[in-house]
Design a protein. Structure first.
Length: 467
């Protein structure tokens, strides 16, 4: 069970990283302590930026086929429809941002899609492999399991959730707060007597009963129920217990809940790991940052951790990049995670409405040491460090040009020769979003370098592994 990269955890983070590494030809192994993939709907909102990531990873068509738009909320009072509630304002797609609203896919289905893509690419997943410890040396990491032989890897990525065994073994602390002390029930149910056209919201009654929301899960026959309880409550996750909650807080009868397919209770919290790296071990996803589910930022931030780390690991392992490139993972992702934690908490407390920030299209790395902006004229709204927006340039759609593990050089209103087999060159006139210049787009879809001329490109290439 040796590999260049061993990924602990087969959730969305670990599987997305496995896909990204597999398509680069990196020998990676994903290990999962459970005997099967996670069965619940928990992280069901795919934000627009993650849709772009999934486009690049080759799973967008399957994600779109498996899900659907978020339904309009319907507020109920005394068994009657009392009015609609929209969680966010609709935004029309544009050429530079073809995905503008969250797409609903239950987490278990997202994982199935990523798992299928990983297998298609020849990747490996080993279930029933519980990590209990690890030791590092100058050449790699030895990972120990509760049973079975040890595994050896050059690098390890902890994607094993908020209670990460790997993070604890490394002695990395998490700093955070309880966002809401009230226990919250989340359950996937089969229900009769409710339409699937609305997200059904039952506000707290005057008799002290708490909030209940029941949302149809797109692409399935299930509903996701969310119910809050007073602090200190014990939440009954049995079929009878959940039937009682639904019957007391809505107009539905207990028998309208016909099946509980998955259930969990938790107390929303926000926490950030003090470090995202220790030697040859990296933290990603919930192992590095734990969010309130409000605003749908957790899964999305996690997948983008994987997307940032994947190309860097691949370039160091196969492309001859200096190992120092891996230092930029924490440099770039930890500030993003901190900002997203603040956003999730703000949405949870009703301070911030879901909107432009929660779509994650505006996130970037302008302050990163990997970012170089050298233009002196013709600067549009996109600068080095920003997400590279879509457009049609010289008859080529940019997202089509970006798709794959390569770099892309955009020559907009400038002349540029071919610069290497691993860089795709796209030539065209000045663009409204970009302005004019030369733009080197990283494998993760961000502008790394921008200039008026090719001067300086060779030096930049040397820092990131060459082309």
């Amino acid at each position: 069970m040796n590999a260049d990269v061993l990924i602990v955890g087969a959730g969305p983070t670990g599987l997305a990283l496995g896909v990204d590494l597999a398509r680069r030809g990196v020998d990676a192994l994903v290990v999962e302590r459970a005997d099967a993939l996670f069965p619940g709907s928990r992280g069901k909102g795919i934000q627009p930026r993650t849709m772009e990531v999934f486009d690049d990873l080759g799973v967008l068509d399957a994600i779109r086929a498996a899900g659907g738009d978020y339904p309009v909320g319907m507020i109920w009072q005394d068994g009657q429809r009392a009015g609609e509630h929209r969680m966010f304002d609709p935004v029309e797609a544009t050429e530079d941002s073809p995905y503008t609203e969250p797409w609903m896919v239950p987490q278990w289905r997202t994982q199935e899609i990523l798992f299928a893509r990983l297998e298609e690419l020849g990747g490996r997943v080993a279930v029933g492999r519980e990590v209990v410890g690890l030791e590092q040396d100058a050449e790699g990491v030895t990972v120990r399991f509760a049973s079975g032989p040890d595994a050896r890897a050059r690098y390890v990525v902890a994607a094993d959730g908020g209670r990460s065994v790997v993070r604890r073994a490394l002695g990395i602390a998490m700093t955070g707060e309880t966002v809401d002390p009230n226990p919250t029930l989340v359950a996937d149910l089969r229900i009769t007597g409710l339409d699937r056209d609305n997200w059904h919201i039952f506000p707290p009654s005057g008799e002290g009963e708490g909030f209940l929301a029941i949302c149809p899960l797109a692409g399935t026959e299930d509903f996701q129920a969310v119910a809050r309880f007073p602090e200190g409550s014990m939440v009954d996750l049995s079929l009878d217990g959940i039937r009682k909650v639904v019957a007391v807080r809505s107009h539905l009868a207990p028998e309208d809940v016909t099946e509980v397919r998955w259930a969990s209770d938790f107390r929303p919290r926000a926490a950030l790991a003090d470090r995202f790296r220790s030697g040859r071990v990296f933290l990603a996803g919930d192992a590095a940052h734990v969010h309130s589910p409000a605003g749908g930022q957790g899964l999305n931030t996690s997948v983008q951790d994987a997307y940032n780390l994947g190309w860097k690991l691949g370039t160091v392992l196969l492309g001859g990049a200096p190992a120092a490139l891996l230092d930029t993972y924490e440099e770039e992702r930890r500030p993003i995670a901190a900002d997203m934690l603040g956003l999730s908490t703000s949405v949870h407390r009703g301070v911030t409405r879901r909107g432009e920030a929660t779509r994650q299209l505006g996130l970037g790395y302008r302050e990163s040491s990997l970012t170089e902006e050298a233009r002196t004229a013709g600067v549009g709204r996109v600068r080095a460090g920003d997400r590279a927006p879509d457009a049609v340039v010289g008859g080529v759609r940019l997202f089509d040009a970006f798709r794959g593990p390569h770099w892309t050089l955009l020559a907009l209103g400038r002349e540029a020769p071919e610069v290497g087999d691993s860089v795709r060159l796209v030539r065209g006139p000045e663009q409204e979003a970009y302005g004019s210049g030369l733009f080197l787009v990283r494998p993760d879809g961000y502008v790394g370098w921008a200039s008026d001329t090719l001067t300086g490109l060779a030096g930049y290439a040397g820092r990131v592994g060459g082309f």
